[in-house]
Structures are given as C-alpha cells and as structure tokens.
Design a binder for this molecule. Structure first.
Ligand code: FES
Ligand SMILES: [Fe+2]
Length: 352
C-alpha cells in the first residue's frame, strides 16, 4: 500500500470548512410567510422572506430570553417572537419591542443567496471570497427535475460523503434496492478524467460521478448502460449540521419520462426510494462512526476503488489545515491514487 495514501478521518468540524456557500434548503420550501429552521455547524438558524420575497437568515434564538424564533410568526417580512412579541428583521436587528421602551438588541444573521432553486448561506468569515459551486446546482440539458428531498441523518457528513463517493459497496449493501441481484464484479475501478480527477466513470458500472467541494456528490446513471439514453441524474449535498449529524439535500432528474413529475405522488415515490437506499447505508456508516469515536482509523486499508473517497478526505484534510494547496496540488496527487495496488480483488458471484 502506498504511504502517500494514508488519510485520517475524524468528527471535528474545523473552521476551514466554514468558508463556503452551503445550500441549506430548496427555494420551493420557503413560502412567502413561512419560517424554516436548520442547523449548520452546531448552530440553529431560521430562514424567512422579507416583504419583497428576499430570503434572509438569522439565529434561531431571541435576543430577549433566548426563546427559539422558529416558534414565532412571520409578520410583514419580520419574525415576531412567540414569547413577548419582539420583532426581528432579516438583518437580525430587533425593530419592535412591545410593552416597553424600544430595546437595542439584535441576533446574528448570515449572508444569503437564492439561486438555482436553492437557498445558500455563508457561515464563514467576513471575507466572502468564493463563488457558488459551478456544477452541483445545475440540472443538465435534456433532464427534468423530478424530486427534491431533504433528510437529516445521525451521521458525520464526511463519512456520509465517503459512502456516497463509493460504488464498490453497492452489490453488498444495496441488496434490497437498486443493486438487487447485481453480481460483484471481479474488479471495480473509478477511472478519473485526466483533466479533472474528481470526475470519472465507475468501471464496470455505467455511472459517472463527481465530487465537487465542499460537499457535493453528482452522479449520472445510465439505466440502460453507457450512452444509451435513459439516464438518471442525482445531486447529494451533505451539509455539516453538527458533530455526527448531516443535513442531506437530494435532487433527482431524468432525461426520460419527463411527464412523470406531473403524476400525483411522484415525489413521494422517489422520497421513499431514496430513504430506503439511505437506510441501507446508514447503519453501516453509523457503525463506522462508532468505531471512529473509539479510536479506529476508517482508512486502514484503502484499495483502488476507494480513490474518490480518499480524494475527498485529502481535500478535507487540506482545508481543515487551511492550506492554500487545494485544488491544484491535491488534484495532481490523484496520480498517486491511480497507482494504488489492487488488494484482495473480489471474485464474481451472485448477490441477493
Ligand atoms: S424571549 Fe423573545 S420576546 Fe421574550
Ligand atoms: Fe450506498
């Protein structure tokens, strides 16, 4: 095994991970007068719209006596606390304190962008220097969005990403869903594109996959094999809710059955399927998490098909050390990953 492939994994959410835009909800979920709460980096926030419909994000904790503002009400583009009626605008400023002199108070707010059907927040430092991710929000030409699903999972977001960046486990893990009856191939490989090592093809599966920092897994699956049409496009965004918790935004689009999105219950069908697939993964990843917490190294013995997960872990290690090396140097190191030895190739056999 190559020394260069060593990678650690831990549960800490280092500050370097904060300096990105994160999509915390789908636009369709935030109605004109609704309040949506979410957690990111162990803090709770709410989203709401001002009178003009522009999304804002403030701390979910009243400046008066810390009542959750998510229990309050939307009133003319402000949030009215359910306890004593203090009102906060999208910048977090308290603009009305009933039954007493106007108090000078505020709660924290986060910069917000709404684009590509998602609401993004910036939990990082004052210098907002990075753009929105390029690929992740895009639905490819010829595809139609079928479902947008939000889940919260009791598992560390990096472990979840490493799971999603691994297809070799499919015939062993997903025996009740999409990989039912799959043969375990003699060899599984992730063939990186030479120009963009974080994108590649899973060989022999007809699946293209990309890891896009900081938290996106983009995959396109040829349901009739490679280049035969009938493709399913997926986005998984795994957000660091907190230590050991993930907020997962999932988007699914098809280049066939475009009309299926109009069928009542279409969304529920995909939701149930996505949940079943995740349930097959989650008990395994939670098991890894327990071992990790007890001191195990989840990257003990990487083999060739672990390449994409390792590239993620290397990226994360660099970001957490706030190294300016990424992305150029890490991407170049993918050559080392390509030279990984084959360890214990799996024999072909029927799984089900
Ligand atoms: S706790 Fe919010 S107004 Fe008193
Ligand atoms: Fe899986």
């Amino acid at each position: 095994m190559s020394k260069a492939l060593t990678a650690s994994a831990d549960m800490e959410l280092a500050s370097g991970l904060r300096d990105f835009w994160y999509p915390v909800d789908f636009s369709k979920n935030l109605g004109v007068t609704s309040i949506r709460s979410f957690e990111l980096f162990d803090q709770t926030w709410i989203l709401f719209r001002d009178k003009d419909g522009k999304a804002g994000c403030i701390q979910d904790e009243c400046a008066h006596r810390a009542c959750p503002l998510s229990l309050g009400k939307w009133v003319d583009g402000k949030i009215k606390c359910a306890y004593h009626g203090w009102e906060f605008n999208p910048q977090g400023l308290c603009v009305h304190t009933p039954s007493c002199r106007q108090a000078k108070a505020s709660v924290r707010s986060l910069p917000v962008l709404e684009q590509d059907g998602m609401i993004w927040v910036w939990p990082g430092g004052p210098t907002i220097s990075r753009d929105l991710p390029k690929q992740a929000p895009l639905i490819p030409d010829g595809f139609t969005l079928q479902a947008e699903i939000l889940m919260e999972l009791d598992v560390e977001h990096g472990l979840m990403l490493e799971n999603l960046l691994d297809l070799a486990h499919a015939p062993f893990t997903h025996t009740g869903t999409f990989a039912k009856g799959w043969l375990a191939p003699a060899s599984v490989k992730f063939d990186s594109s030479p120009q963009t090592p974080l994108t590649g093809q899973w060989n022999p599966y007809p699946i293209e996959m990309t890891f896009e920092p900081p938290c996106y897994v983009i995959s396109t699956i040829g349901l009739r094999g490679r280049d035969c049409g009938r493709q399913l496009h997926q986005l998984h965004a795994c957000l660091p809710m907190g230590k050991g918790r993930t907020r997962l935004l999932y988007r699914l689009a098809l280049d066939f059955f475009q009309w299926a999105r109009f069928i009542p219950g279409n969304h529920l069908f995909w939701r149930a399927l996505a949940q079943r697939v995740i349930n097959e993964d989650i008990r395994l990843v939670q098991g890894q998490q327990q071992r990790l917490q007890a001191g195990a190294n989840v990257w003990n013995s990487p083999v060739s098909y672990d390449k994409l997960g390792l590239l993620y872990r290397r990226w994360r290690n660099q970001v957490e050390r706030s190294s300016p090396e990424w992305p150029t140097a890490i991407a170049q190191k993918s050559d080392e990953a390509l030279s990984m030895p084959e360890l214990n190739p799996v024999e072909s056999r029927q799984i089900s």
